[in-house]
Design a protein around this ligand. Structure first.
Ligand SMILES: Nc1nc2c(c(=O)[nH]1)N[C@H]1C(S)=C(S)[C@@H](COP(=O)(O)O)O[C@H]1N2
Ligand SMILES: [Mo]
Length: 367
């Protein structure tokens, strides 16, 4: 039986059939600022829920003056429509390289493909919160919890996907409830009919199939906030973990990746163009991308192709004249706060396999 592809291209790499997870061939990533929807990665922890648009309601409750229950029509007609181009990256992007250091059981072995940039259209979260009576002067220590409609099974229990962001982040103009992606209604795999988009944060906080928004005193108690998506030091393992000691992930860290060449590839000598993406995270921007063709002995500046602001990835390219031989291509970036990437994956290994931003290395042979 053919694998379901959920409107993705035939060369989309399916990493898990059920629930459906996958990403594009790296070579096709970052060829354009916007990632076409049929190449945009999918990360889902449970089955895609079927939503009846006519009976759909988004609930807004918790520490608000007025609880709201909004139909999709009301969401579209009663609030200002905004478009926010933003890059979404899974915290598990590049886990495959961490797995080569030490095994990471029960997690998906993402390559460099769990990332994409789309134009998201919808309404500002802060406009909805204002109607519910949460103003920008509100207690900024509060949190905004997002609950999805999808059922997930973990540790023998069934529950819904969820997570939260600080209210201070949620009141930013960039945080939206999106009903469109790249000019089309959200596809079922990407959260139809409504999802959160939290630019600058790990993808996990951009909850799909939104059911409920709760303003509350603490971060969400959902498994995906309290257990998964926490960052631990390399010496912590599953057997010894104290979950509350992990850092709850929010902003992404500076990273860069080579997309044009794959490990072990053989190419012809002459002018070789390296291409890829870089991302800063938070409200930072990519300041510089350096590329090496000799394992990091010497470096050149890459040309930055787009400057689309802090919520977007930066695409880069660099040319090398290469004679026959073996080469290790390396890329590293610096963000506008001066943050850099660690040299070696072993420095960032963690037992859940998140936030790998080590220098990206690709070994090739030129013939
Ligand atoms: N309801 C719900 N929202 C979710 C998820 C999920 O499993 N369920 N996965 C999250 C994770 S981990 C990521 S990286 C992004 C992926 O978004 P995409 O599938 O549209 O690329 O959605 C986030 N939102
Ligand atoms: Mo993710």
């Amino acid at each position: 039986m053919a694998k379901p592809l959920f409107d993705k291209r035939p060369d989309f790499a399916v990493r898990q059939v059920n629930p459906f997870n996958g990403g594009p061939p790296p070579r096709l990533l970052g060829q354009s600022l916007i990632t076409p929807t049929d190449l945009f990665f999918v990360r889902s922890h449970g089955d895609i829920p079927e939503v009846d648009v006519d009976s759909y309601r988004l609930e807004i409750n918790g520490r608000v003056l007025k609880t709201l229950s909004l139909s999709l029509e009301e969401i579209k007609n009663n609030f200002e429509r905004v478009t926010v181009p933003a890059t979404l990256q899974c915290a598990g992007n590049r886990r495959e390289e961490l797995m080569a250091v030490q095994p990471i059981p029960n997690e998906l072995p993402w390559g460099v493909d769990a990332i994409g940039h789309a134009a998201w259209a919808g309404i500002r979260l802060r406009d909805v919160l204002a109607v519910a009576g949460v103003e920008s002067e509100a207690d900024l220590h509060l949190h905004v919890e997002f609950d999805g409609l999808d059922e997930v099974e973990r540790l023998g229990k069934q529950f819904r996907y969820g997570g939260s962001i600080p209210l201070a982040k949620g009141l930013g103009p960039e945080v939206i409830l999106a009903y469109e992606m790249n000019g089309e209604p959200l596809a079922p795999a990407h959260g139809f009919p409504l999802r959160a988009i939290v630019p600058g944060y790990i993808g996990a906080r951009s909850a799909k199939w939104l059911d409920r928004i709760t303003v509350q005193d603490e971060p969400s108690h959902n498994y995906f906030q309290r257990h998964a998506y926490r960052l631990f030091a390399p010496h912590v393992h599953a057997e010894t973990v104290k979950w509350e000691e992990g850092v709850m992930l929010s902003e992404m860290n500076v990273t860069s990746v080579i997309c044009s060449h794959q490990e072990g590839e053989q190419i012809h000598s002459g002018t070789v163009t390296l291409q890829g993406y870089a991302l800063a995270g938070g409200e930072r921007e990519v300041a510089r991308v350096d590329v090496s063709c000799n394992g990091g002995e010497s470096w050149v500046h890459a040309e930055l192709i787009h400057n689309a602001g802090c919520w977007a990835w930066t695409l880069w390219k660099a040319n090398f004249g290469l004679k026959p031989g073996k080469y290790q291509l390396v890329v590293r970036a610096m963000d506008t706060s001066g943050n850099t990437q660690p040299q070696d994956v072993s420095q960032v290994w963690n037992f859940k396999g998140y936030m790998n931003n080590a220098w990206h290395r690709v070994n090739i042979e030129v013939g």
